[in-house]
Design a protein. Sequence first.
Lengths: 406, 477
Amino acid sequence: MADKKKKDENLGLNFSPDLLELLAKFKEIELEDFELEAGDLELWLESGALPAQVLPKPKVAPPLKAKPMALMAVQFMPPVETYSGKIAEVKLGGTKGEGGTRGRSIVIGGETAPAFYTFERPILHPPVVTLDVFDMEVPLSKAVKMHVKDVVGDPAAWAKLAVEKFGADMVTIHLISIDPLLKDATPKAAVKTVEEVAQAVDVPLVIGGCGDPVKDADVFAEITETFAGERFLISSITRDMDVERCAKFVKKNGHVALSFTPMDLNLARELNRRLYDFLGKEDIVMDLTTAALGYGLDYAFTNMERARLAGLMGDVELAHPMSSGTTNAWAAREAWLKMAPEWEPRELRGPLWEVTTALTLLLAGVDLFMMMHPAAVKTLKDVTAKLVSGKKAEASKFVDWVSLKP
Amino acid sequence: MSEREGKSRVGIKELSPIDVYKLLPKTNCKECGQENCMAFATKIVNREVTIEQCPPLLKKEYEKAFKQLKEMLKPAVKEVVVGVGDKAVKLGGKLVMYRHEFTYFNPTAIAIDVTDEMPADEIVNRIKRTEQFSYEYIGYTLKLDMIAVRSTSGDPEKFKAAVKKVVETTNLPLILCSLNANVLESGLVAAPNAKPLLYAATVDNWKDMAELALMYNCPIVVSAPNDLNLLVSLAKTLLAYGVQDLVLDPGTFLNDGLADTLNNFTMLRRAACKGGEELAGFPLMGIPLVAWMDKGETADEIVKWREAYSAAMLIVRYADVIVMHGTDGWALLPNTVLRQNIYTDPRKPVAVEPGLKVFGTPDENSPVFFTTNFALTYYTVASDIENSKLNAYLMVVDTEGSAVDSGVAGRKLTADKVADAIKASGLESKVKHRTLIIPGKASRISGEIEEASGWKVLVGPRDSSEIPKYIIDKWQP
């Protein structure tokens, strides 16, 4: 507020020092046709609050116009804000000392400024990537399949590949097979799959359900209890589930809830409020729904940007780290379709589609990316690392782009 | 932030139709096409019409009111026009920093470069590729906007020849790039009436460049790499010099300094929109082309990839114009789609009205499809059916704005909803058959739909682009 006031005062005085400066440097000024009319000058004087005796009011327009001979140096005031809110910090993955078996924990959230406003605050916890692993065969685009074809159907091997080769910070095991409309696999079978993945890699895990509110709850109940202390991210808790039951088993066994709502901040607030009866702020990550580039990314982007700004402004119900199902980018036909030759190869177009979706949402404030294609993952991680490094630009070389010979 | 910052000079959210109405002639003459002056004022506030559309206001007696309105409606970021005729582009003209505060105007212009050392046929080929770039996307045609001509030779004659070749080939608006005013003027001579954007006035050459901008009446870029004090100083100096139309280039750094790049763009836009800082209130230029510097042995594809994703970040973070070198469709398509997305009006609803849509002139044997009421799903399917010239019915099921796959997963798209929609649509009296073609991504609930509706279900393609082929192969009423 103090900054703002100072600014306003400066604004009010803006014109007068300039005019005075101009007059003081009269000798340096070339004079040409003066285009200002007396009327214009009156307006100037009003807003400039210039003492009348300094500049006599001209009866006729002065015939000459001033051109500065030297650079008119001014300072740029960095528009730094303060925020009353802080995004909750959430720890994912329980280590051995904490009752789990993960090699390390990852903390996300904790922001006190909008995404990558590093002129205001340094990055506390850089965003992280969790790679998708499926427990059965699912339709995959060609561009993705070529990288994972050897491990499809073997979630443990797939998870190892994701961590060791593709650099995933975390792994999401999607338990598609539990869907009553597909294989209707039992909670016990799901526990076994998770066990295999948890033994294959020691990164924090995300446990993905099938979308059936009843079956997911049953499976999550079994998994949270079996793996108490692992601090898995349970993906996800939705409004049509038995929220109380789910929140209780998440809390009791020391996990984290992913609060999922369909592109509506009021619904997100409402679900979070229901979770607060059982879970702490530090136990909730929210997913506001990710739509693909070209198929609703604009809604997702604005929704997330609004949520983050609201959280920073003190809306605690939205002050949670955000997760994005960035893999949804592949729902856009342009990501996978074979198109006319001028748009090929799709092996590049597809992952670029995914990373464009990811980077857009990175700038809206997403903390956790659920992703698919190794090249998209690598780029997101490279960009994040560059943004966090704080290394300075080599400004003097920049203008060489004009004469660059590619 | 929004409440407090909303009270800034621009105050777009607080501008009420009454404020505008007070300054209108209040004659309710209807010459603007609106019912009365209040209706016109409301449209002005929503930026659906401009004050120039009120003929009486343009008369001498309302001159003062006109000026006041102009000032009141002035965007936080000045609108700068480059080029002439119907291909001219408007840069900037932004009212707000965040999309949700209103809407963004004037989508980021994308320029493709040529140089004065390229052979003439390469110049022509690159221009043709730029002009021919075209993609149909839910009722929009995505295009590229400008040509940037760079002097890599530093030779005025070569630059003149290159610009001449370019203006002979295209009427796309131009950016003429050289830091040497003599070279730049030589190019201007070859394009005297094209009103190109000049690149660039720097701390070393600003006086000569300002003279050129005045002499040829062109907008000009002010460049101060990673130095915002210098950037606004240059802007102030050029304004004092009499140059009105500026574009700001704070430098684009993609490796070390990427954080500086985002910070500079963000600070300038916030200073303009929230702080009312007039020297920051000009369009911003981003140059993803710098990905090609220090290329070394890096494969072209990698550089194009880096240039493309950097462009995306600049489009999101306030660039009003960007310059690129790569012309590959795979790299440009995501960016043109992203730009379209970011610049759509955020007030547009996510869902469309559910109900029965008719394509062509269907009869009792025509196929029946269904889709969800998520706007983008609906528009995609509708445009595919339209383009295929099919006579067909498309039933739009209320999934609360969910797409097909997420609707099935989240139980927003259920067999009961589909069955209810069939009943409500009156289809049973419109077609003789009882066959419903469902989206491939809803195949999981095909059995349930048959049970709930009593209709036979055919599982259609997973993507609606394959509908025409599917109908030819499979459809028999």
